[in-house]
Design a protein around this ligand. Structure first.
Ligand code: CU
Length: 163
């Protein structure tokens, strides 16, 4: 008797979990972290973010780095510079690219070398228009240094064997 109702309870819970009304949701696609060489202290994490409602990325955390910042690349005269930003706007339904030429996640003070094939845990903090925060946990695969720098590797097909 107990056993049966317990199972029913679990099934009901599972159903509720699947059909929860989605108020604000952010999808993360194609996340990756650039591989480092021995002794390198920092690297970048890149991904595509799509929020279902107007939101912003307000922070990122990772257990592999002492400090994680969201950076923006900017042309300062003729010089490309980068620096931390407070937030990255995620307009509803629009895919925002975090790539080596724009916004990116900077992992600083790495505990160890990021090697191709490793998985780097990341927690994204996304805030919706009402100020409600959600955290999104993901694991980003480490890809080779030239993944984005070399035009031939832009599409990443060369690394598909990893999966
Ligand atoms: Cu940076």
């Amino acid at each position: 008797m107990f056993n049966r109702s317990f199972k029913c309870g679990l099934a009901a819970l599972a159903l509720v979990g699947l059909s929860l009304p989605v108020i604000a949701e952010t999808h993360v696609d194609d996340a990756w972290v650039r591989a480092t060489v021995p002794g390198q202290q920092s690297t970048g994490a890149f991904m595509k973010l799509t929020a279902s409602t107007d939101s912003k990325l307000v922070g990122v955390q990772s257990s592999v780095a002492k400090t994680v910042q969201v950076h923006e690349m900017k042309m300062n005269g003729d010089v490309m510079t980068m620096g931390p930003v407070d937030a990255v706007a995620l307009p509803a339904g629009k895919t925002v690219l975090l790539d080596p030429n724009g916004y990116h996640v900077m992992l600083m003070g790495l505990a160890q070398q990021a090697k191709e094939g490793d998985q780097v845990p990341l927690t994204l903090i996304v805030e919706d228009a009402q100020g409600k925060r959600e955290s999104i946990e993901l694991k980003a695969p480490v890809k080779a240094l030239n993944s984005a720098g070399d035009g031939h590797d832009m599409h990443g097909h060369e690394h598909k064997h990893m999966q």
